[in-house]
Ligand binder design. Structure first.
Ligand code: PDD
Length: 287
């Protein structure tokens, strides 16, 4: 079976799917995106992802390419056409195609929409989670609107490549005060020695992750202690547990930060409990 992508009104073979050379996403990274997990044939937290997509678009004065209901239908079609039961669905909206000029194109320029889906083997994620992953730290070098999920991801790309070359899964950005902001494509968490879950508040320096929000909901439900405050690299090194969250990794234990082993070097108990509970708390909608 060949993969199918949705590109500006058409379902096309993935291998032949293309956008115009003057798409503003291509030329200026002038666009936004979302990634939803597909779990056992269900879309995970679609409502919150579409809320965030709408917010990102609003912040950049890009129109929604169509109604939310229509977008939701196409998401489902793409997942169905690709027979994805476990994997991810990716959607990207750019300011559209126009003659290259930094300023916005005419107001009637239609935004461009691309949606793809791909299967991911659940066993691969489970295996990584059993062992835990390593992260490296890198200086924060992104703009101050990382709350907008834009396709302008060059610092993230470079940081994650550096992690890969160091044998790590993720890179944590560290701000000028020595505080961890977030990972290249994940939010960052620690569990302190007295069992307090800590993650940076979403007011500045991070993307307000949907997975992060679901984990906060789980923590409240379970009556666990938590603190939304910045934490330093030093505090992470001393932590009992650490983990990262994203739609693509769910709750993933971190067992090494640079050269420091976290806790006993194995995935933490609280982390694994949260990972196990995740789909009981997230919103699942049928494809
Ligand atoms: N990344 N921070 C950054 C910089 C991210 O790119 C992401 C998601 C997150 C976690 O957000 P959420 O829990 O809503 O997935 C935090 C996606 C998965 C990606 O770029 O592929």
């Amino acid at each position: 079976m060949s993969r199918i992508a949705y590109v500006n009104g058409r379902y096309v073979r993935h291998a032949e799917a293309a956008v115009h050379i003057e798409d503003r996403g291509y030329q200026f990274a002038d666009g936004v995106y979302e990634v939803c997990e597909i779990w056992q044939g269900k879309i995970v937290d679609e409502r919150r992802h579409l809320d965030r997509l709408e917010r990102s678009l609003r912040e950049l004065s890009i129109r929604m390419p169509m109604s939310r209901a229509a977008l939701s239908q196409i998401l489902r079609q793409v997942v169905r056409k690709n027979l994805v039961r476990d994997g991810i669905v990716y959607m990207q909206v750019t300011r559209g195609v126009a003659r290259r000029d930094h300023v916005f194109p005419p107001a009637d320029t239609p935004p461009a929409l691309v949606i793809t889906a791909k299967p991911v083997r659940p066993a691969a994620g489970e295996k990584a989670a059993e062992q835990g992953v390593a992260v490296i730290t890198v200086p924060e070098n992104r703009w101050d609107r990382v709350d907008i999920k834009t396709v302008g991801l060059l610092p993230n790309v470079l940081a994650k490549q550096k992690a890969r070359e160091a044998g790590a899964k993720e890179a944590w950005f560290v701000d000028a005060d020595g505080m961890v902001t977030e990972g290249g494509s994940t939010n960052a968490w620690i569990v302190t020695r007295d069992n307090c879950l800590v993650t940076r508040p979403a007011q500045s320096g991070i993307l307000k992750g949907i997975t992060r929000q679901v984990v906060l909901d789980m923590i409240e439900r379970a009556g666990l202690t938590f603190d939304e405050r910045p934490f330093s690299v030093e505090e992470a090194r001393q932590a009992k547990e650490a983990f990262i969250t994203a739609a693509s990794t769910l709750v993933m234990p971190v067992v090494r930060v640079d050269d420091t082993t976290i806790g006993n070097g194995h995935p933490g108990e609280t982390t694994m409990e949260l990972r196990k509970m995740f789909h009981k708390v997230s919103e699942l909608s049928s494809v």
